[in-house]
Write a protein that binds this ligand. Structure first.
Ligand code: SF4
Length: 402
């Protein structure tokens, strides 16, 4: 077995605290928080959601990455991929000398006991972990406790003969890792649904069958090997990627529950359907806080800051878009001028990690009133550090200083 350290129980290491503060803290954000989550400069008022930015899982993962570099200064340290979905944080780790196995031009060294591998907050698949195990690498496992909790339940579904129906994005690292947990048992299987529409197809089939060929074609990339809807939708256990939209996950859960009642009757429900709450509390808190912000404050527009491949950031933007003009921006550079903003629309392709930033962005003109008072709501995804949020506030103030 590889040595696994830092899995739990370590508090913030005092040795890395100054480096973390220097890289990620923001005096402006601290000031905004201490003044009731708002700040007015000139004609601009910024109102910040009461929960925003780095979550406990991300805080811990980044902390462990810094500790790892410090603890093994002479050894090769690899991250399996992005530690979290924020390019600024990942680039800082590259600068600190941590290498990424996922980087296309990374010159790979042979894996072995001398190599240190950091597992990101989303976790990795069972097969990937087994590979590092085989090579005897030293593992620093930063998988978030909330993700481990989902895995535990998905594994139990497999053990008890339930198909794990996972509400998530099939290419997201966390969903891939979660789905793989169901294969720890010989008869384990999974099916990933992206949204309510896909869940409806599954519920319809579970309720009354349908066109098997069409169903398999639709879900050919999101179901486990050998998936048979005629057998494997008889017992469903619901799980979700921890960063999905809470309201949608709950709705999907209710749809599945009702489909199983319709097919097998209320008395048989426990045999055919299981569910548990797997949206993590940090995701839920950020979604609740932004709902409160857009629901109770008079805002001209919302800005949501975070990596373009960050699932939880995109879901925050989805919530806001339903209420008022909303711009999901990567950082202060997206605020090109008073006349132009670059942002990633909520309705764009879901997650295309291979696309460069400029290919994911669109430019919107006349996004900000040229004169008069303006109130902007602000929030940030769980992988966005405060220094990036602070830079956005400064840039907004610079643009409205006229
Ligand atoms: S979003 Fe939730 S599950 Fe993901 S790292 Fe943060 S706390 Fe953990």
């Amino acid at each position: 077995m590889p040595s696994v350290i830092f899995r739990k129980g370590l508090d913030l290491n005092e040795a890395v605290a100054p480096a973390l503060a220097e890289d990620y803290d923001s005096a402006i954000v601290n000031e905004i928080i201490s003044h009731g989550f708002q700040r007015t400069r000139g004609r601009l008022t910024v109102r910040l959601a009461k929960e925003f930015g780095f979550c406990y899982g991300v805080d811990r993962a980044v902390d462990y990455a810094y500790q790892t570099r410090m603890r093994f200064p002479k050894r090769t340290v690899y991250l399996t991929g992005e530690i979290i979905h924020n390019p600024h944080v990942n680039d800082k780790l590259r600068t600190a000398g941590i290498r990424f196995l996922s980087d296309p031009h990374e010159p790979r060294e042979p894996l072995g006991p001398e190599v240190v591998i950091i597992i990101p907050a989303f976790g990795v698949t069972v097969d990937e972990l087994a590979k590092y195990d085989q090579f005897g690498c030293t593992l620093i496992d930063t998988t978030c406790g909330s993700v481990l909790n989902v895995w535990k339940n998905v594994e139990r579904y497999a053990k008890d003969g339930f198909t794990a129906l996972i509400h998530g994005k099939v290419h997201h690292e966390e969903t891939q890792a979660t789905a793989s947990q169901s294969l720890n048992y010989p008869n384990g299987r999974f099916l990933v649904v992206l949204d309510r529409d896909q869940a409806q197809l599954v519920c319809d089939y579970a309720r009354s069958g349908g066109n098997r060929h069409k169903f398999l074609e639709k879900f050919k990339h999101t179901a486990s090997k050998g998936f048979d809807p005629d057998q494997h939708l008889e017992r469903i256990g619901l799980a979700n990627q921890t960063t999905m939209l809470m309201s949608e996950s709950l709705e999907i859960g209710e749809m599945c529950r009702q489909a199983m009642i319709d097919r097998y009757g209320e008395a048989e429900l426990d045999f055919h359907y299981r569910a548990f709450d797997t949206i993590c509390s940090a995701t839920q808190d950020r979604q609740d806080a932004v709902q409160n912000l857009v629901g109770s404050e008079r805002l001209d527009l919302m800005i949501v800051v975070g990596g373009y491949n960050s699932s939880n950031t995109r879901n925050l933007a989805r919530i806001c878009t339903a209420k008022l003009p909303t711009y999901h921006i990567a950082d202060a550079e997206s605020l090109a001028s008073l006349a132009e903003i670059h942002h990633r629309p909520v309705s764009g392709p879901l997650s295309n990690l291979s696309q460069s930033r400029d290919k994911q962005e669109v430019t919107v003109k006349e996004w900000l009133p040229l004169t008069g008072e303006v109130t902007i709501g602000l929030t940030a995804g769980a992988s966005t550090p405060n220094n990036i949020i602070g830079q956005v506030v400064l840039r907004l103030e610079q643009l409205t200083r006229n």
